[in-house]
Structures are given as C-alpha cells and as structure tokens.
Ligand binder design. Structure first.
Ligand code: KG4
Ligand code: ZN
Length: 344
C-alpha cells in the first residue's frame, strides 16, 4: 500500500489531501481546501498576497488533512507537490514545505504538473475515467484539448491563442458587474437569458477548416470578450439585457469548446471524454457535451470540489508518478510555465 500526501499552492487555494491505494484503486482519504477570499476585493489574484496567505495556511491545512484521514505524518510514503505551472512565489511555499517534510520524514518528494493533476481529478470520482480518452481542460489559466492514449502520454491538439476559458468567464463577469471569480455567476445569470437576443459569432469555429490547420482545434476568446464589451456598451437598459448577454456569451463559448472536443474524439476514435479544471463545474457545458457526443461517447466530469484547484488531484497524479519510480531532488525548482510531462 502506498499513501501519498498531496500539496497544492499554485494559485489562490492552499490545499492538502491524502490518497492511498489500499483497496487496489486510488482512493481519496481526506481533502482540505482553503480558498483565499482576500483576492475578491481586488477582482483577481494578487501574487504577493497569495504567497503570504499560503505561508500562514500550509501548516494547519496539512495538519487538518492528516487528522481527517485518521493518520499521522509517519504513515506517509511520499509527498507530492505542484511545482509547475503557476505563480512562482505561491508554488515555492508548497514546494519548500514539501522539501522540509521529505527531509524530516525521510520520504521521497514527487513533482507534479498542475494540469496533469486536473487530468487525474475525475478518476478519483469514477475509476473508469481512465485512458484512452479525449480531454478538455478548462481552468482560469489554461484551455487544453488533448488526446490521452495512456496516463503519462499526452498529445496536445489545441489550446487557446489568448484568454483561457475561465479567464473569459471572469472578464465577462466583471463587464456584467458580477463578483470575482465570475464563472458560476455568469452561468447562473445565463440560465434566465434569452438565447436569441445576442448571437455572438463562434470563435475559430468554421465549417470548412481543414483538420491539419491549427485553428481546427485551437480556440480564441478575446474577440468574443470584445463582442460582449460592445454589447454592454451598446445597451440602453443593462438591467434588462444582462442575462441575455450572459446567455449569448456562454452559448458561443460552450458551442466552440464542445465542437472542438467532438472533432478530437472523432479523429482519434475515442469513446470517452474527460473534462477538468474549474470551468468543468459548469453544468451547461457538461450537458451540452453529453448531448453533442450522444450515447456512444461517455462524458466524465469531476465533482465541483475536484474540478477547481485541489490537492487530491495532485496526490493522485503523484501516486502515478511515484509508481513509475519518479523522485524529485531537493534542488527542484518551481516554474511559471511548463509543458505537460510526456507531451508531444
Ligand atoms: O481550475 P481552477 O480552480 O483554477 C485554475 O487552475 O485556474 O479554475 C478557476 C476558474 C475560474 O475562472 C472560474 O470562474 C471558473 O473556473 N469557474 C467556472 C464555473 N465555476 C468555476 N466557469 C464557468 N462556470 C462555472 N460554473
Ligand atoms: Zn487549476
């Protein structure tokens, strides 16, 4: 049996979790997520404040996680930590804590790529969410469309040319006067919206694009964001139009993501689609994906607490890397950007 402590501090969540494989299937034993509410007043994450908040939270968060699993630190076989990509100052808090724990307990440290964590998240809810599959990772910082023939082997098909999907949601939320982070507020507002009033053009979604053109899988949301801005500015009664604009924006963004994912699943003959990242909390996206894929393709989406940033997914990806014999050295550095390990 292997028992792994995961640590996540790449952005504004301080999180720790314990995953083990005692039953033969990787199982989540405990998870603590402390979200830093302080950034709300700034309308976005302030890196220096995030680092300081991680520093005060990390010790009690780990202590609580270990207690919830009815374990002690000496029961741990390894510590897995997010080392990339993310805010470097924030990553360094978790990384240095993991180094200290690794030294003190004489256990290995495993370096985990944050987006590989998001890829593994759904498998903690449902162990059948395993490769081969098409993956759509949609978070505040990233939008990645991948073909995954096996864990650890990632073919990058498409990504965003500008804003990430979550970032587009957050910026549109701001334009509509909604709180940060705005994704779920836009989704709630769009529910009452009339889909016929604002039909924004679908970004990078053209019927005749050849499949070897990079725009076949890539997405771009800055034009859509500008269209929303113009709609807001052009509105004579924003209270009347807000929900309809939110609806028009969400419909355009979702249709684009769903169609690109459908193209990827068809090209690689996959019968599973796995969603991940904070935007995968969006029920409208999940339902649209299921409707588009039909009965022959199963769509897996993580439960909300595993979709947004959390350490459970880091412990799970860490277990995979641990079983492959990977060990990080104590001079391992944090990086702001990095391709997925095993990405082609
Ligand atoms: O994965 P995540 O927690 O953090 C990053 O790694 O970036 O994703 C956060 C993003 C935010 O942009 C937030 O607005 C978005 O996920 N989000 C949503 C929903 N819930 C969270 N976007 C759309 N609909 C939602 N229901
Ligand atoms: Zn994330």
């Amino acid at each position: 049996m292997t028992r792994i402590l995961g640590i996540e501090t790449s952005c504004d969540e301080t999180s720790a979790a314990i995953v083990d494989d005692a039953t033969g299937v990787p199982t989540l034993r405990s998870l603590v997520i402390l979200s830093q509410d302080v950034h709300r007043v700034f309308g976005g994450v302030v890196p220096e404040i995030a680092s300081r908040a991680h520093l005060t939270a990390i010790v009690p968060v780990v202590r609580e996680t270990v207690a919830q699993a009815a374990a002690t630190l000496s029961d741990l076989d390894a510590v897995a930590v997010t080392t990339e990509p993310g805010l470097v100052g924030a990553l360094m808090v978790g990384l240095n804590y993991a180094k200290g724990l690794s030294l003190a307990l004489d256990i290995p440290m495993i370096a985990v790529h944050h987006m590989e964590g998001h890829l593994f998240a759904t498998s903690l809810d449902d162990a059948t969410a395993e490769p081969p599959f098409t993956a759509l990772l949609v978070s505040g910082g990233h939008t990645l469309l991948l073909d995954v023939p096996a864990w650890g082997s990632y073919k990058l098909l498409g990504s965003t040319r500008d804003d990430a999907a979550g970032e587009a949601f957050d910026k549109v939320a701001k334009l509509l006067g909604l709180p940060y982070p705005g994704g779920r507020h836009v989704e709630a507002l769009a529910r009452d919206g009339d889909p016929s009033r604002f039909r924004f053009s679908r970004p990078m979604l053209h019927r005749n694009t050849p499949s070897d053109d990079s725009s076949y899988f890539d997405v771009s949301f800055s034009g859509l964001k500008t269209a929303v801005l113009n709609a807001v500015r052009g509105s004579t009664d924003i209270e009347r139009d807000r929900a309809d604009i939110a609806r028009g924006f969400q419909d355009a963004l979702i249709e684009t993501l769903v169609e690109k994912t459908a193209r990827a699943a068809a090209m690689f003959h996959r019968d599973r689609v796995v969603l991940g990242g904070g935007v995968a909390c969006n029920r409208t996206l999940i339902e649209a994906m299921r409707a588009r894929m039909g009965v022959h393709v199963e769509v897996f989406a993580p439960t909300p607490r595993l979709a947004t940033d959390n350490a459970a997914m880091i412990a799970r990806a860490g277990l995979f890397r641990y079983n492959h014999g990977e060990r990080a050295s104590l001079d391992h550095a944090a990086r702001a950007t990095a391709p997925l390990p095993g990405q082609e």
